[in-house]
Design a protein around this ligand. Structure first.
Ligand SMILES: [Zn+2]
Length: 478
């Protein structure tokens, strides 16, 4: 007897070097943990009379996806900031809306982002942002998902950036406040939600704070045995600032001050030379790559394949944020990552489907420091897994020899709505493709209301700032 027993599926366990496939396989769950993984005919003897039985014939069973870098709150302004020059993106396109986003709006956006994620198989959210303890309490914990969170720390106040071509004016007192808030999140929320919430530290970026504060945050994290999650080399804005302040590039600066090591999760890293990617790989940095988001915001393909080629040990995939992304659907994210990197290298062998699936699961788990708990279907690990229906016009035929097509069919052809069941920490979050922990209609209605409030207030500012999108609106193009 087990609490949940899934049988007869094609298991992608992620054990070993590849997908660790078990055909006609079964998984048993007791409490929060996986207690058996193997062939159905063997596990049936002990578990066939379990409380919850899931027949998975024609279905794939795999670890839940791990979105290693996400800002769910921004989902509230989905589709309102893309197709613009990178230098405008934050300051002219996001800013008019951001100004009017209240904490309750971010919570509504967070719930929407999580709903979108879980319905497409995401079980862990690597979220950094503002007031994350509140997000954990209002969104991650009630949604039943796993989250690895940190409050972002920076010294950027409302008057810090009058001119993007001049050094930002750091607000030391504000940096101090944010540092304290970051520590408080760790003190208060680490281990909450039956252990589903884990907390780390997040200096927002080398361009947004003094060297002194950056080093203090890292030291605090190291002292507590926590990782540090930071945006690195994230585009022209950061490059200008680092050049002005330190007369070098982000990677060279961070390497010079000894910041880059295996305790750091570096997000993005797309404003880099090949040699700089080699440096982060060599230093053992954990890489959170968000190809779809960065392609849309920056028109650049982040160096995910290159990082791995250079010997980078841990890499995961992130969806980043809905305004400038493909949303929080990791199935779409995997496809974008594979295609973009193949094009970047002009090499179709780069990032094959099986490797993308590993990056989205065990790779992501290792990247955020949870590889010993999640990311693969193994006895003793937490039961975070999904059941994926392979019987759909865009996924048939399903073949197992001479080659198994399950991985390419999931990575290149799926849309996200094939995920039937999602289990996190041994509990159902999605059943029969419906989220059972959140009221889907209510989440969408609240998000719509929040968005209406924001856009109502932001409309005039948006047109006055007269950015790229505002000009397109004036010309009647969209
Ligand atoms: Zn980010």
């Amino acid at each position: 007897m087990a609490d949940i027993y899934i049988r007869g599926g094609i298991l992608l366990t992620m054990r070993g070097e590849g997908l660790g496939v078990i055909e006609d396989g079964a998984v048993a769950v007791e409490g929060q943990n996986i207690v058996a993984v193997g062939k159905t005919h063997e596990l049936d003897k002990k578990y066939k009379n379990s409380k919850q039985l899931i027949e998975a014939k024609g279905k794939a069973v795999l670890p839940g996806f791990i979105d290693v870098h996400i800002h769910t709150g921004h989902t509230i302004i989905r589709g309102e900031a893309q197709d613009v020059p990178e230098i405008e993106w934050m300051l002219k396109t996001m800013a008019p809306f951001s100004k009017y986003i209240k904490p309750e709006h971010s919570i509504a956006g967070g719930a929407l982002g999580v709903l979108e994620g879980v319905k497409s198989g995401v079980t862990t959210f690597g979220e950094i942002g503002v007031n994350e303890g509140h997000v954990a309490e209002k969104v991650f914990i009630p949604a039943g998902v796993r989250a690895n969170i940190a409050d972002t720390i920076n010294e950027i106040g409302p008057n810090s950036r009058p001119d993007v071509n001049k050094s930002y004016i750091f607000d030391e007192a504000l940096g101090e406040q944010k540092f304290k808030a970051g520590v408080e999140v760790v003190d208060k929320w680490d281990g909450a939600g039956e252990g589903r919430i884990s907390c780390i530290f997040s200096p927002q970026g080398a361009d947004m704070m003094s060297r002194d504060l950056l080093e203090r945050v890292k030291a605090e994290a190291v002292k507590r045995g926590k990782l540090t999650h930071i945006h690195v080399a994230q585009g022209a804005r950061e490059a200008i600032q680092i050049k002005l302040r330190y007369d070098t590039t982000s990677i060279k600066y961070l390497d010079k001050i000894g910041f880059l090591d295996d305790k750091v999760i570096a997000a993005h890293c797309h404003q880099t030379t090949d040699d700089e990617v080699a440096i982060i790989a060599k230093r053992g940095v954990r890489y959170a790559s968000c190809p779809a988001s960065i392609a849309l915001i920056d028109g650049i393909v982040p160096p995910l394949a290159l990082f791995i080629q250079q010997g980078g040990k841990y890499a995961g995939l992130g969806s980043d944020q809905a305004p400038g992304s493909t949303g929080h659907n990791m199935l779409v994210g995997m496809k974008c990552a594979a295609l973009l990197n193949k094009v970047r290298h002009r090499d179709p062998t780069v990032l094959p489907a099986w490797e993308m699936l590993r990056i989205a699961t065990i790779g992501g788990a290792n990247t955020i420091g949870l590889g010993d708990k999640i990311g693969s279907l193994e006895v003793g690990k937490k039961a975070d897994m999904i059941v994926f229906d392979l019987k759909a016009p865009h996924l048939v035929p399903n073949i197992t020899r001479p080659v198994r097509n399950v991985a390419p069919n999931i990575v290149y052809y799926s849309r996200g709505d094939e995920v039937e069941t999602v289990i996190v920490n041994g509990k159902f979050v999605v059943q029969d493709r419906r989220c059972v922990t959140l009221d889907e209609d209510e989440v969408m209605a609240k998000a719509q209301k929040a968005s209406d409030e924001i856009t109502e207030k932001a409309a005039d500012d948006f047109m006055t700032v007269d950015g790229y999108l505002a000009k397109a609106v004036k010309r009647g193009l969209l």
